[in-house]
Design a protein around this ligand. Sequence first.
Ligand code: PLP
Length: 385
Amino acid sequence: MIYLDAAGTTPVRREVLEAMWHYLTGDFGNASSHHELGERARSALEAARTDVARVLGCRPGEVTFTSGGTEADNLAVKGIALARRAADPQRSRVVVSAIEHPAVLESARSLARLHGFAVDVVPVDGAGRVAPEALAAVVGPQTAVVSVMYANNEVGTTQPIAELAAVAHAARVPFHTDAVQAAGALPLGVRDLGVDALSISGHKLGAPKGVGLLYASGRLSVEPLVDGGGQERGLRSGTENVAGAVALATALRLAEAERPTAAPRLAALRRTFVDRVTELVPDAVPTGDPEQRLPGSASFCFPRVSGESVLLELERRGVICSSGSACAAGSSDPSHVLLALGLDAETAQTAVRFTLPSTITGDELEAAALALSDSYAAVTGIARR
Ligand code: PLP
């Protein structure tokens, strides 16, 4: 099997499993208990928080562990908007880009439905980029929060986060970025990025599913979404997932240490793969920004050919990839991301996304490109050139 769906999820790394194992079996205590086992769990949790803070360049107290990227995005968008409006009632609008993950888009919609906020959606260009001017056009004195993702999960396009954050700040609006796909691939220093809040998910990085984190600047007020025993400084109640936090911190630390060599290697492999695919299947149209993109993400449309049929043929040939976002999988609606890029609904159904795990080799990608060419031929009846 050639696994090319790393944006969907990744296997747990051995080092990560080894690091977390001890906190599932040996020091399994509740981090809020006052006996020795509890205190050992607490130390591990705080060490994990410090490790994460080192990668993000923030203070440990600005890191909140969550149940994943979705919860971190919900906490950021809803928690910041609700706190901001409570402090200043005119701040009753939220701004999101048109290509956000549903975790952000639906959080904004929920604020509209349940709390009377208005939602402003910033358009993207044909490559999926948000122009700072486009953001400036919608951000104003009524905006409570802006959320624009660092890198898109479907087409791989990355955003000029520092410039966008500056636009939000000029209107005194906090800026959140969903860095779930960027983590491990792009720099995460929150000061350089200029962001007030940033979400990360463990399972895209070699940690297990069900753990994530939100960085939220100490200057920011955030309304908690989960009430209870007041864990995570009252921002996220519930017995802490110590092993998960250790796993996420370990995975993030490893990914960050490997990034200077892994990212250029993946980018070079991806470029060769895209060239090979467009050579073998001249109808293939790469989507997203050719330059400003995640190193390991290659996405295409195959006009007039169902992406799902290509996927099935690829899977028969041992290549695993995805038609778009795994989160929207099972839905037959065209992707909101591709529609926002200006593709028509029919073309948007023809998308196939290849996202490269860090262990991928050039030989595997050559085999995948040939399998794609065969799959395309099988679906369309066109023989390989
Ligand atoms: N944001 C983006 C950009 C994603 O790609 C994903 C997962 O696919 C999420 C958020 C949700 O993260 P999780 O699966 O940890 O809830």
